[in-house]
Design a protein around this ligand. Structure first.
Ligand code: FES
Ligand SMILES: [Fe+2]
Length: 337
């Protein structure tokens, strides 16, 4: 599936940039192949529009913000968050032509990020209950551009059979390649997948897992939110919760923006932010290396190569099934399989 070919994907919310980074000025981002500019309006709320001035096409992300409006750095044409041109400095006494506007997009702040939908969203931004729970702290972990596709990252997130290979030098048990089975429950927004995975617990993980046992386990309450958001809901026997949200924001057909943050139900003294980032960084590096070695054009036709389907591919197959159903429901004339 090539994401830029599926118009229905434009009707979902995606995490783009950290809202606090916009205090320094406008920022460019590419979403589903479309160059956009983000900035803060007069109320301090993020706004998003086409990154192309309607005068002579300059990128607005090269400009600046005045009183919440984005100013083109070429000749100063100025746009509000609806995309309407509100000032043409060269002709202050003339009416602004009706056609002087740029396309604007849905944009709101949530969980510290500016979320953007290119067209009327089909679903709300997913609710992450830990965010409002004072028992958890939020830790920003990774913000990286990866040369792979969003679906590849999503399917990998629910693939228990790669642990023993990709993460064999880490928590994966190379001698135990038979993966744990998931119990999967379909939801309105995707599915929940629960399983228990035995893992190695090297000394550098002791404060992450909350135990010094050589082995421990992860009780996973994972979720997939259509199309490209995933919850990794890990409960350790020690009582520590390690809840990761990954947004695989689709940049274009060959790359994604990894936006990852974490909720923990412990304190900085129990396990510091630096330790938590360092631990997950090793795992994320391993995933990135193998995913960037795959073809980003992920097939979504579940009827193909059925003889190759393994039990551990089941979540990935469910994703494809739900994606295809959604695309068909939205009347995609041609689904790129
Ligand atoms: S190109 Fe933007 S004002 Fe001229
Ligand atoms: Fe992995």
């Amino acid at each position: 599936m090539l994401v830029t070919q599926q118009k229905a994907l434009r009707r979902f919310w995606y995490a783009t940039v950290r809202v606090d980074t916009l205090r320094a000025g406008p920022a460019p981002f590419t979403l589903l192949g479309e160059p956009i500019v983000l900035w803060l309006d007069a109320a301090g709320e993020p706004a998003a529009a086409q990154d192309r001035c309607c005068h002579r096409t300059a990128r607005l992300s090269k400009g600046w913000v005045t009183a919440g409006d984005i100013v083109c750095g070429y000749h100063g044409w100025t746009y509000d968050r609806t995309g309407r041109c509100v000032a043409i400095p060269q002709a202050p006494d003339r009416a602004i032509p009706a056609g002087a506007c740029i396309r604007s997009y849905h944009c709101i702040a949530r969980y510290g990020y500016a979320w953007v939908a290119l067209e009327e969203p089909l679903r709300p931004i997913p609710e992450f209950s830990e965010d409002a729970d004072p028992g958890y702290r939020r830790i920003y972990q990774f913000y990286e551009s990866w040369k792979t596709s969003s679906l590849r990252l999503m399917e990998n997130s629910f693939d228990n059979s790669h642990f023993s290979f990709v993460h064999r030098a880490n928590f994966g048990q190379f001698g135990q390649p038979t993966p744990s089975k998931y119990e999967i429950r379909a939801t309105d927004w995707g599915f929940e997948a629960e399983t228990i995975v035995p893992i190695n617990n090297p000394p550098q993980a002791y404060r992450v897992t909350g135990t010094t046992d050589a082995q421990t386990e992860r009780h996973l309450f994972n979720r997939w939110y259509l199309p490209f958001v995933r919850r990794f809901g890990c409960h350790y026997p020690s009582g520590r919760h390690h809840i990761i949200y990954n947004c695989a924001t689709p940049v274009d057909d060959g790359s994604l923006q990894l936006v990852q943050w974490l909720y923990r139900n412990d304190t900085e003294a129990d396990c510091s932010t630096a330790e938590l980032i360092a631990w997950d960084e090793g795992i994320v590096r391993e995933d990135r290396e193998i995913l960037e070695a795959t073809d980003p054009d992920a097939c979504i036709d579940t009827s193909r190569r059925v003889e190759f389907h393994m039990e551990s591919d089941r979540p990935g197959l469910m994703m494809r099934h739900q994606l295809m159903a959604m695309l068909a429901e939205q009347g995609e004339a041609e689904v790129h399989r």
